[in-house]
Design a protein around this ligand. Structure first.
Ligand SMILES: [Zn+2]
Length: 211
């Protein structure tokens, strides 16, 4: 067995990957198509460990208070200074719902109650699947929110006050539109990508809420 860090699980692409596997010594890797595969991977020449690179799951929430929605202004790149939903990469060992709640706490210090899945979006351009929930504040009468370390500020916005020209990512618009379409009603099938960008390959452009 190879002694390099992170190469001890040759089935890592087929099984849950533990946190320690995230740090991988890439010394001695070469790009090649493994047997039975059909695309190039980074393969360790010593032990055959394959460093599979696959899309990541982003979890987040449209957190609603009355008719207003919680947004966070980003303190970090990319899109620093632009407004987004509380959302981020899912962590090992948590569920989708737990991840969305954690991101709301981290980015907006908001304790939320998950309602259901509002949208599932493809972002093929950067290898992401985004699962966005509809949620409310855990204490609806006390919708506390404040900027966490990754936010410059947070705010509750009525629909007409949403800063559409300062939205960070296309999926934020898509999720907000899905919330507008469903309101407080039954969620039904999750929203998906808009017809104009079914695969999620376009960067955001300043075109307003209908994009
Ligand atoms: Zn190795």
């Amino acid at each position: 067995m190879c002694e390099a860090v992170g190469h001890d699980n040759p089935d890592a692409g087929l099984e849950p990957i533990g946190p320690r596997d995230q740090v991988i010594d890439m010394t001695g890797f070469t790009r090649q198509i493994p047997d039975g595969d059909n695309r190039e991977r980074d393969v360790c020449a010593a032990c055959g460990h394959i460093d599979y690179q696959n899309p990541k799951v982003v979890v987040g929430a449209v957190v609603v208070s009355g008719t207003a929605v919680l947004l966070c202004r980003r303190a970090i790149e990319p899109r620093k200074g632009y407004w987004t939903l509380p959302a981020g990469y899912m962590e090992h060992g948590e569920t989708l719902e737990e991840g969305a709640a954690r991101e709301a706490m981290e980015e907006a210090e908001a304790a939320i109650a998950i309602d259901g899945i509002l949208g599932v979006f493809n972002v093929a351009r950067i290898g992401q699947v985004q699962v966005i929930f509809r949620a409310r504040f855990a204490e609806p009468d006390r919708p506390f929110h404040a900027a966490g370390p990754e936010s410059l500020e947070t705010g509750l916005f009525e629909w007409d006050d949403i800063p559409w020209d300062e939205i960070a990512f296309p999926t934020v618009r898509w999720a907000l539109n899905a919330w507008r379409d469903r309101g407080e009603g039954a969620l039904g099938h999750p929203a998906g990508n808009p017809a104009a960008d079914p695969r999620g390959v376009h960067r955001i452009t300043p075109v307003g809420p209908a994009a």
